[in-house]
Write a protein that binds this ligand. Structure first.
Ligand SMILES: Nc1ncnc2c1ncn2[C@@H]1O[C@H](COP(=O)(O)OP(=O)(O)O)[C@@H](O)[C@H]1O
Ligand SMILES: CC(=O)N[C@@H](CCC(=O)OP(=O)(O)O)C(=O)O
Length: 303
């Protein structure tokens, strides 16, 4: 075979793949996508690098990606090193004043810096901020009800207000905002630890995002966890609402966040497997979407 023929053989499939993506490129052009990168999906170097490539690809394909990151395992490790015991209640970290210093240091000073660095290997795109910056996320003290009693879990925040100004300005400037889930308080000068799924969902709704994408360390929402690994591929808001009381641990803030997002203008909220390389690209640009997709109720669906 001549080298020209060989080139054609290898180049044509590549061209076909690019053309296959055309309908998706058209559909998503100019749309905002909020991507939550979970701490558990963040433990592998190759996965982190592939995540950064995907996000930069979205940006160059004309979408407006916003990254909200977690860091639960990284916070637990740092607290452990500081001799502070990690305790969770209602799926949220009990956050003393001392623990809050560590949470802020790990999220804003370590995890966010690392993601910004990985994204910026591809150009001057990513800018990190926390919910404290420009009043992006304001919260009040969250006291969850456990077995009928209000329980004090320290400096954990319940979001009361989102100001999208700084994020919108960065997006308009072609940047990729990378947001740490720390909130400021309205009046007492303190900061709050906010679950990163909850923060991502609130930002997606406030930004009028088309999609909320939550990357985690399982394939999606399992129907009968932990007894089966049958993934629920599609759910309407009403179906999800009925399922919420049965959910446990890390899935609770994720699915509550998905419900909040689709009930507040976001077209789809998806939980996908962050352990699969390039899962974001597969989800946005192909039919091979994986994981669980939550959609708003169609007319007549809600009960
Ligand atoms: N129904 C369910 N389907 C899938 N995972 C579930 C379910 N219920 C609880 N989980 C747990 O939720 C975890 C994901 O949440 P979490 O550990 O907070 O991850 P992340 O760091 O990505 O936010 C899974 O690893 C699994 O152990
Ligand atoms: C209040 C609360 O629980 N905050 C979380 C914030 C980080 C987070 O949500 O990280 P993942 O997404 O990796 O779980 C925490 O302290 O672990």
């Amino acid at each position: 075979m001549s080298s020209g023929t060989t080139r054609k053989h290898t180049a044509l499939p590549k061209a076909r793949i690019l053309i296959e993506a055309l309908p998706w490129l058209t559909r998503h052009h100019g749309k905002t996508v909020v991507i939550k990168f979970g701490g558990n999906a963040m433990v592998d170097g190759e996965l982190k690098a592939a995540f950064a490539q995907d996000v930069v690809f979205l940006r160059h394909a004309g979408l407006r990606p916003v990254v909200v990151h977690g860091g639960g395992p990284q916070i637990s490790a740092a607290l452990d090193r500081a001799g502070i015991v990690s305790e969770f209640k209602a799926g949220l970290r009990v956050t003393t004043e001392d623990a809050m210093d560590v949470v802020r240091m790990v999220l804003a000073g370590q995890v966010q810096r690392e993601l910004v660095g990985l994204l910026n290997q591809h150009g001057p795109l990513a800018v990190g901020l926390t919910g404290e910056d420009a009043h992006t996320i304001t919260a009040t003290r969250h006291t969850p009800e456990i077995d009928g009693e209000l329980v004090d879990i320290g400096r954990v925040g319940e979001i009361t207000q989102i100001d999208t100004g700084a994020i919108e300005a960065l997006l308009a400037d072609g940047r990729i905002p990378v947001v740490s889930s720390i909130a400021r308080s309205q009046d007492d000068g303190h900061v709050y630890n906010v679950n990163a799924d909850t923060a991502a969902a609130a930002l997606a709704a406030a930004l009028g995002a088309e999609t909320l994408m939550v990357l985690t360390d399982v394939e999606g929402l399992y129907e009968d966890w932990p007894d089966s690994d049958e993934v629920i591929s599609r759910l309407t808001a009403s179906q999800l609402e009925k399922l919420l009381p049965e959910l446990s641990s890390g899935m609770v803030p994720k699915m509550e966040g998905c419900l909040h997002a689709v009930r507040n203008g976001v077209s789809t909220a998806r939980v996908i497997d962050g352990r699969v390389q390039h899962s974001i690209l597969l989800e946005i640009f192909t039919d091979e979407g994986i994981g669980t997709m939550v959609v708003p109720d169609e007319e007549g669906d809600a009960v």
